[in-house]
Design a protein around this ligand. Sequence first.
Ligand SMILES: Nc1nc2c(ncn2[C@@H]2O[C@H](COP(=O)(O)OP(=O)(O)OP(=O)(O)O)[C@@H](O)[C@H]2O)c(=O)[nH]1
Ligand SMILES: [Zn+2]
Length: 368
Amino acid sequence: MSKSSQPAFQFPTAEIEVERAVSELRYGRPVVISEGDRKIAAVALDCVAPSLFDQFAAITENRHGLLLTAPRAARLGIGTERDVITPLAGLSFDAASRLAYALGAEKPVLCQPADALASQSAELARLALLLPAMVLADVTTMGDRFAGCCEIASSRLRGADAARQRFDKVVRTRVPLKDLGDADFVIFRGGLAQKDQVAIVVGKPDVSKTVPIRIHSSCITGDLCGSLKCDCGDQLRNGLTLLKQAGGGVLIYLDQEGRGTGIGAKMRAYGYQHLGLDTIDADAELGLAEDHRRYEAAVAMLRLLDISKVAVYTNNPTKIAGLKLGGIEVEARAPVNGRVTAENENYLRTKTLRAGHMMDLETLVAAE
Ligand SMILES: Nc1nc2c(ncn2[C@@H]2O[C@H](COP(=O)(O)OP(=O)(O)OP(=O)(O)O)[C@@H](O)[C@H]2O)c(=O)[nH]1
Ligand SMILES: [Zn+2]
């Protein structure tokens, strides 16, 4: 066998490149995103070390800028519906951070619309569960100053989208649950920069018929610790009970802390909620949209469980839309509620009024 035909490891897929770029951002290192001849370098303010931030400024000769996503720009009073970039020349790490996500920051004097390549860097940050506050510089003509950094073509970012629905079933094992009897925990692996996902099969649902399901987004504070700030813990346990009462069903537990923004962003947002902002405005201060969740994983998991027709326990219309988009037939929808408390009432009201959740809050409050 000639040398050139020797077998060799190659990892050419778009999702592997994206996952490497995501990992670099999470370690606080710059990533170069290219399109044709054009290249931008991007580093996430959320986890770059101040010394590397200064180094980035020096290497780009202060020609760096900060991406302000459309929600952040709106909170700063910038009249635009697009992402914008504001110059960072002369600004310290702390000043840039204030501009990126502090409450009450002043509107920057200069900004220009961000192009698609710059906005794509925010998409990478979201995949990395980092704030989309990206420090950017056009490095097209900067030679090999960023040669040591991970580089990804923007087409690879788009090309990786298909991986969001590629999952494998890893293992299915029985777990006895309090008050519910035996359940099967089915673990799935795959997607794009995702942790393992879990489906909990309660009882013995007949997958050839309409299967009762709940799609539940992870909430460490509520599900695990009984936080009173949201209704998640109650919804998780009530959801499992409803599935049992329906004769068996499946709870898909998705790794989507903080509506897909990650626990770090969620805790920053809680800090702003303690100062009076509602759940949506608090996220917008951080540059985040109303909801970052996607449901390809849920669709893939249902398919791997041979389920194509479901009745869903949810109050959230976007979950139903996500399932339908993936070709799952949604035959019915039923509510699943938790206790309304003094601490979560505003949160539930915001979900109803601003995010269109199908909840009759006044009746729930009256029932308390
Ligand atoms: N960003 C953010 N996320 C939150 C906040 N409170 C709760 N969450 C997250 O919101 C999500 C709620 O998940 P679910 O209970 O499955 O969903 P839901 O959108 O309320 O819909 P249903 O419960 O199905 O009606 C979880 O990912 C929580 O971690 C908050 O104040 N900010
Ligand atoms: Zn919660």
